[in-house]
Design a protein around this ligand. Structure first.
Ligand SMILES: Cc1cc2nc3c(=O)[nH]c(=O)nc-3n(C[C@H](O)[C@H](O)[C@H](O)COP(=O)(O)OP(=O)(O)OC[C@H]3O[C@@H](n4cnc5c(N)ncnc54)[C@H](O)[C@@H]3O)c2cc1C
Length: 366
């Protein structure tokens, strides 16, 4: 592909969803990705499509998240029809479990704040008995929980694979194993250099996860994110017992139970520690005592791409308006918005007006 309309840098969930959305509209797009050498949140996440914790004090983020959750069924249908890859997407509602009265009150307070500006988000704070009627097997330490009807989950690796396959099926090109080192604005467009090759394009999207700040800086966009580690475990396959995802426990389509996920400020270390894995397991056993005998088959750490306020950052360069950047900590949830709202707006050469508040300018006073 010579001189594509767009080059997207980064083949994680954010970059590929945008690239897919562009190519689906017949806009010639080349995706450059560093591959296995890089930190990749998209291969280590929990798979939730989650609205109840997003934008509690930030209406624009709550609306953006809700819009994406609402358009997820269309994305699933589109990708499955195109690629034949089953995403195992479900939206049965989602639960956050509380193990103490303090956790119940704190969750209730957050939900009231969210509901104050997002009245369409349906939720119920359920005492133990009501929750136990819905979800059998809860342990005696469960005090209650919050059920949010709009939440769901998906196989995130299948999603990543399907977006890559769909993008290529639509005519998009992926070059992986290349590290973008330099981006030079030209009279019309951009020249992008990897160690061994150069590429030219009309417009560029930097969606390189934790690599974004450095690359976006070359285009006068100030994107500040830090790594935040989350550790996860997965059990052997078990008989189905959990019909809806919880914020830290979900049963996958093949029966494995995924347990997560810590929030650790440890820099660029994506390893695991026995202390944290033990904490995660102990909490899971309090929620479902029968997990005590489940065998753990895998544990891993992955790095979130975290902004100072936890919300996404979307930018269009003021100096070079054909250049964009996108980073977020909810790339599964937001995949539908990225493919179906963000990409068309980039194609029209602007940011969607409803995410104006999610720009980097909001940190300028910090
Ligand atoms: C433990 C954990 C649990 C999570 N759970 C959820 C969840 O339940 N629901 C949810 O919605 N989100 C969740 N997330 C967040 C979600 O995984 C991320 O928002 C998403 O994966 C970010 O995708 P990305 O494409 O921005 O970044 P990444 O997946 O990190 O991809 C960045 C890509 O950029 C490439 N790259 C970097 N630098 C360069 C360069 N110089 N040149 C070329 N390529 C480059 C890399 O190769 C990489 O492929 C979770 C994250 C973690 C860590």
């Amino acid at each position: 592909m010579t001189h594509p309309a767009f080059i997207v840098i980064g083949g994680g969930l954010v970059g590929i969803a945008i690239a897919y959305g562009l190519q689906r509209r017949n806009i010639q797009t080349l995706l450059l990705d560093e591959g296995d050498m890089a930190f990749r949140a998209s291969r280590g996440n929990f798979g939730l499509i989650w609205t109840q914790t997003k934008g509690i004090d930030m209406p624009a983020y709550a609306r953006w998240t809700w819009g994406s959750a609402e358009s997820w069924p269309a994305l699933e249908q589109d990708l499955e029809a195109q690629t034949g890859i089953r995403l195992h997407y479900e939206r049965p509602g989602g639960v956050e479990i509380c193990l103490s009265d303090e956790e119940m009150s704190a969750k209730q307070a957050k939900m009231e704040r969210l509901h104050g500006h997002a009245g369409h988000i349906e939720y119920r704070m359920l005492e133990r008995k009501a929750l136990g009627n819905m979800i059998p097997g809860l342990g005696p330490e469960v005090v209650g929980g919050c059920l949010c009807a709009g939440d769901g989950h998906v196989n995130p690796l299948a999603l990543l694979r399907a977006l890559h396959a769909g993008f290529q099926r639509e005519g998009g090109q992926i070059i992986s194993g290349v590290t973008v080192q330099d981006i030079q604005p030209q009279a019309s467009g951009f020249k992008i250099h990897t160690g061994s090759r150069s590429f030219e394009c009309g417009r560029v999207v930097v969606a390189a996860g934790l690599g974004t700040p450095q690359l976006a800086g070359m285009l006068d966009m100030n994107i500040d994110v830090r790594p935040q580690r989350g550790q996860n475990l997965i059990t052997e396959r078990m008989k189905p017992f959990l019909s809806m995802p919880m914020s830290r426990i979900r049963q996958t389509a093949d029966g494995g139970v995924q347990l997560g996920d810590s929030k650790e400020e440890v820099g660029f270390d994506d390893g695991v520690t026995s202390a944290t894995l033990a904490e995660i397991s102990e909490r899971a056993v309090k929620v479902f005592p029968h997990l005590k005998t489940a065998r753990i088959v895998r544990a891993w750490g992955a790095l979130r791409i975290m902004s100072a306020d936890g919300a996404p950052i979307y930018a269009q360069s003021k100096s070079y308006p054909g250049a964009y950047a996108a980073v977020c900590h909810s790339g599964v949830t937001l995949a539908a918005a990225h493919a179906n709202i963000l990409a068309p707006a980039f194609a029209d050469n602007h940011l969607p007006p409803n995410i104006a508040e999610l720009g980097p300018e909001r940190f300028a006073h910090v």
